[in-house]
Design a protein around this ligand. Structure first.
Ligand code: N01
Length: 910
């Protein structure tokens, strides 16, 4: 059994301010204006020539979000109007009345937190409440708090035009009514715009047609009927076993099989209720959890760091848990590492095979075209076992495509089926569908649909540039559908309420995100998705289920906790990235709230939580021991063909080296590699994962050579040894399995500076011939006063004080302009081998790398500079931990292949 204690949450330290250095621009401020009291709401336009709108806030939708907004806004004294297309409250739970519909987040987590009386006047009967029970709960809340009086039912909002002069929205409904409002809040839900039935001939069908997303209010009885269900997402998987209990025949048309876990529904467990003893704490923990459910945190254990036996036990535990989030967080890398994902997916496929009797049906039910968890997985009750009933049949429409609906049933390519009823469980135009259904016209008449034609752009998922005073509840770019919606809805609505209060107090009547902030957030949302396997699945998360919809990952996958921290930070930093305006002026603190790559952010937070003393405060021996200790638990990197340790003659005695040989047939080009560690720390094997990665990606032999370290051996010992190693490898290339003349150098950090220096020495000493240099975050100048040293002095792994400590141990101040230490100081850089230089954005050494790349380029050396956005010094070396470093390593390997190819084939060299 896996040790769950290892997954305990870590205390999160305060975040660094990673928007340091971003332009902070204040327009005309309101300092002289006396602050309004909070109860003087937006309607207060006295003394201005702006018209008073009909209401302060229009809310669209009366589901969970609309009800909560109605509660909060009305209590806060705003004049509001909620428009709801249905004739009653409930949103999702109003429409989706299909048989078997129930929540798959525990009921006690899927409820409002604002009414602590719930236990007195409301009791859930089951762990996962049914649709009727949830709808009863929502009605209970609406009645108890008298919310219906704010809602206009059977009314759909169709248009909304921003009137810039009046600073208000003109909202028009399908009934032709126009209402002016200062703010519009879209509480329309993420899964509320059903997809049309995309099959030909439906109008011909003489039988009954149902959509799970718009189920009739009156009972539907399938007893004795032949029924078709099209679609096997959550709605299909929940309804199929229930429909099967009634129907005479049931045929399920499946396009894509889905991963589903047993819900193990039942009465509320005493353990769950016990967790709620201290309810305020419980709800607060939910808001600061990964998925919006307390106690279910992201795992920090990588799959292959534990034994096969332990892994299988952990998977079994997840399968038996009856909790969706438990299955999504089995190991830290299931959503990131294809091999880890495959193993867990195979465990689930084996479960399916063990439940379903017919091997062909079992094979068809096993998802193989997407990584587990990357399409929305399901919780079910007897879903797979249903296919063991003789009257239930599965049709794999990938093999037997649906041709058309006929008068009597459905024709596939090779069979005609007769049905009395067809049920469409075919899903939604998710996340953006309901927003785009309203014709929003923002500043200058721009249509929101046009702005989002290539995918939604939002700031925090809450707002979008060009559309002032428009808020989205659980909009694109927020955790929304990847979280417990009840928690995300409250967090969003609370943020909006705070924002309205802030505007009122400050005398502003409009708020809008800046382009910089929106672009930064959109980038961050994409960065989060790009380090996962989500983009590889054709899911509705990616918009892939709707023909023509842009393929963009719609929700924010960084977690409810990290997301909420971003929202809070924006507020704490004077609404960073928002421009606010009013009759008397405007204010704007421009900037980007998240600039680090998300995995880097996590690594830094975990490192900070360890609260280690700074290395520069330690004796050298202790610093070395700590460095080794920090490297030990890192993922090992990929397997290579062979690893061989040896000894080579250095400038003043033997030096250890490690050789990494690719699995492909040799001979291979050779790269001599110099490790990082500031001339003081590390050794030939301390960058083992990086060397393995480079070996595999570039298909070259890597010889990682040791060099003497300071303070025992000061400048120029390191570079002398490096030069000796280069010569020895060049002389012994054939014996090492190398191709003579195919020799390059590579180094990271101090090793990058050493690699640059040996290229200069080899040029000046007439050999050996080096065909390329790979300089990864290199130390090239010895100058610790550049902007990158100031901006990134602390908080990004490598610190400025530590670099100074390294240099002081290694070299006297008088020697620091020697090119063997500071290659940037060389008078002449011409004639050096082509280079790739990687400079990380958040690294004291960034300017060293950039300056050296510029100098090489100016000297006519073919040079590629890679500016690693959102990266830190260690982004490249933490293989399989900082996944965002992988593209940089791939670029590096490509450059190496080019260097070698250019020297093999003269035409490429030109
Ligand atoms: O919709 P879906 P859903 N021909 O998009 C198939 C939430 N929810 O209503 O995958 C044939 O998941 C389609 O196939 P493919 C939950 O977040 C929650 O079931 O596109 N098949 C897919 O199999 C969920 O994820 C709860 O290849 C067609 C299915 O129809 C989300 O709502 C309950 C087709 C659609 O699955 C949506 O779930 C219900 C075609 N033309 C829903 N078009 C709970 O809380 C589509 N399909 C438990």
């Amino acid at each position: 059994m896996a040790d769950d204690s290892k997954q305990a949450t870590f205390e999160r330290p305060a975040r660094r301010n990673d928007a340091e250095g971003v332009e902070v621009k204040y327009c005309r401020t309101q300092d002289s204006r006396s602050a309004r009291s909070d109860d003087q709401r937006m309607t207060d336009t006295a003394g201005t020539d702006r018209p008073t709108p009909d209401v302060d806030v229009v809310v669209v939708g009366a589901g969970i979000a609309g009800l909560y907004l109605a509660y909060r806004l009305s209590r806060a004294g705003y004049r509001l109007r909620v428009f709801e297309a249905a004739d009653d409250i409930g949103g999702t739970w109003y429409w989706n009345r299909y048989p078997g519909a129930r929540v798959d987040v525990p009921s006690v987590d899927y409820m409002f937190s604002f009414d602590p009386d719930w236990r007195r006047d409301w009791q859930w009967t089951e762990k996962y409440a049914t649709q009727p029970e949830i709808l009863r709960y929502l009605n209970h809340v609406a009645d108890k708090h008298d919310l219906r009086r704010h809602i206009t039912f059977s009314t759909r909002v169709q248009h909304a035009d921003w009137d810039d002069d009046a600073s208000l929205w003109r909202v028009r409904t399908d009934g032709g009514v126009e209402v002016t409002s200062r703010f519009v809040v879209m509480a329309t839900g993420c899964l509320s715009m059903p997809k049309p039935a995309e099959v030909d001939g439906l109008e011909r069908f003489a039988g009954e047609v149902y959509f799970t997303s718009a189920w009739p209010h009156e009972p539907v009885d399938f007893t004795g009927k032949r029924v078709a269900v099209i679609g096997t997402g959550s709605s299909g998987i929940q309804s199929i076993p229930v429909i099967a209990q009634q129907a005479r025949e049931l045929v399920v048309f499946q396009r894509t099989p889905n991963f589903s876990f047993p819900a193990l529904n039942g009465p509320l467990s005493p353990e769950k209720l016990a967790q709620l003893t201290s309810e305020a704490e419980y709800r607060a923990a939910a808001r600061m959890s990964f998925g919006g459910i307390p106690m279910m945190e992201r795992s920090i254990i990588p799959t292959f760091s534990v034994s096969e036996t332990e892994r299988q036990q952990r998977y079994e535990h997840a399968w038996q848990s009856g909790l969706l989030f438990e299955t999504l967080t089995v190991y830290a890398d299931v959503g990131i590492n294809p091999a880890a994902n495959h193993e867990f997916a195979e465990f689930v496929r084996n479960k399916i095979r063990s439940i379903v009797d017919d091997p062909q049906t079992a094979a068809d039910l096993c998802p193989t075209d997407h990584p587990i968890g990357m399409k929305r997985p399901c919780l079910d009750t007897n879903y797979y076992a249903t296919y063991n009933s003789p009257h239930v049949r599965l049709v794999n429409v990938r093999k037997h495509p649906i041709r058309q609906v006929t008068e009597t049933g459905i024709d596939t390519a090779d069979e005609s089926f007769s049905f009395d009823a067809i049920v469409f469980a075919t899903g939604f135009d998710a996340v953006t569908g309901a927003i785009s259904a309203v014709d929003f016209r923002g500043r200058n008449g721009v249509a929101l649909k046009d702005k989002w034609a290539n995918g939604p752009q939002t700031y925090l998922g809450l707002t979008t540039t060009g559309f002032p005073n428009l808020f989205f509840i659980t909009g694109p770019g927020s955790p929304s559908v990847l979280s417990n919606m009840a928690v995300s809805i409250e967090q969003h609505a609370d943020w909006v309420l705070d924002c309205l209060g802030h505007l009122s107090t400050g005398g502003f009547d409009a708020i809008e995100p800046t382009e910089t902030a929106e672009a930064g957030w959109t980038q961050h949302v994409n960065d989060c998705a790009d380090i996962t396997l989500y983009p590889s699945a054709n899911s509705w998360y990616m918009g892939a289920n709707v023909p023509g919809k842009p393929r963009v990952f719609l929700p924010y996958c960084g977690g409810v906790d990290f997301y909420a921290l971003s929202c809070d930070e924006v507020v704490a930093r004077d609404y960073l990235g928002f421009s606010r305006s009013g009759p008397d002026g405007s204010r704007c603190n421009d900037g980007v709230v998240r600039r680090l790559q998300p995995d880097v952010e996590m690594v830094l937070m975990e490192a900070a939580a360890l609260n280690l003393p700074p290395m520069e405060s330690m004796p050298v021996a202790d610093a070395r021991a700590l460095y080794a200790q920090m490297l030990a638990p890192l993922p090992p990197g990929p397997d290579v063909g062979e690893i061989a340790d040896g000894v080579l003659p250095g400038a003043a005695g033997d030096l250890a080296y490690r050789l990494y040989r690719p699995a492909t047939p040799g001979p291979h080009p050779i790269v001599v590699y110099f490790h990082g560690g500031g001339y003081v720390l590390g050794d030939a094997i301390s960058d083992d994962p990086l060397c393995r990665d480079l070996c595999v990606r570039s298909d070259t032999i890597i010889v990682s050579a040791n060099y003497r370290h300071a303070p025992e051996h000061r400048f120029p010992a390191a570079v002398d040894d490096a030069m000796a190693a280069l010569r020895w490898v060049a002389d012994n290339a054939p014996g090492l399995g190398g191709i003579p003349g195919q020799l390059a150098v590579c180094g990271w950090s101090a090793g990058g500076g050493i690699a640059a220096a040996v290229c200069q020495l080899a040029r000046d000493m007439g050999g050996p011939v080096v065909v390329g240099q790979v300089l990864l975050m290199p130390a090239t100048s010895g100058d610790t006063t550049s902007a990158s040293y100031t901006e990134n002095a602390d908080g990004y792994g490598l610190t400025t004080p530590l670099m100074r400590w390294f240099y002081d141990h290694y070299i006297d101040a008088a020697d620091r302009s020697d090119p063997r230490f500071a290659p940037l100081s060389a008078v002449d850089l011409s004639g050096l081998p082509p280079a790739i230089v990687v400079a990380a954005e958040f690294d004291p050494l960034r300017d060293d790398g950039e300056a050296y790349a510029a100098a090489l380029d100016a000297a006519g050396v073919p040079t590629e500079l890679v500016r690693a956005r959102g990266a830190i010094h260690q982004s490249i070396s933490m293989v399989d931990l900082v996944v965002s470093g992988a593209p940089i390593r791939a670029q590096t390997a490509d450059a190496l292949r080019r260097f070698f190819a250019a020297t093999r084939t003269p035409e490429l060299a030109s």
